[in-house]
Design a protein around this ligand. Sequence first.
Ligand code: PRP
Ligand code: URA
Length: 208
Amino acid sequence: MAVFASEHPLVKHKVSLLREESISVKSFRELANEIATILTVEATTNLALKQTPITCWSGTISAPILANKNPTLVPILRAGLGMLDGALKILPCAKISVVGLKRNEETLQPESYYQNIVADIEERTAIIIDPMLATGGSALATIELLKSTGSKSIIALFLVAAPEGIEALQSAHPDVDLYVASIDEKLNDQGYILPGLGDAGDKLFGTI
Ligand code: PRP
Ligand code: URA
């Protein structure tokens, strides 16, 4: 597995703005989606192409078209929805597979409450989106669910990732590439990322 931490200056700038304690819900939503757009561009640079005949104004040419079905975006509810519009900006035809997980704040284990995965998952690259990779429990559960339903190609995008979560994913699923806007320092005793963003779901949904 490879871990790609974005080097884009706009990503770094926007992550810094996201960290502001007094950020409004509106700004948090906008920035999360803007970063998601850039991460989606960075994560899709290796999608396969095939030369295809295209009839254009000057006649028929052979032009590069995506070789496979569009990827499916996989937001982990609920905070993953905060990156969905941004990812859809450059993948407007993507099918959406939804995974509902809520981390138990005592045990830090993810508890599943909903799932709806596209039927032809084995024919699509699955792109998991979630603002936070903390212990890695939620991402691990999502990857295991996707693989159990037939997924063969998985990429995961996070705004902020803790080294502990990266390590957990790397050892369990070396075939899954990670694209992150920032690799932060560590987890605190409550499983929150430091310096992190705080509770990303609460900030996106205004439930603080
Ligand atoms: C947050 C976050 C991730 C998870 C990360 O969601 O969006 O899904 O925690 O933690 P982990 O790596 O330790 O599993 P949360 O469970 O708080 O739910 P929410 O999106 O509904 O707020
Ligand atoms: N979930 C969050 O929203 N933030 C963290 O720092 C960890 C888990």
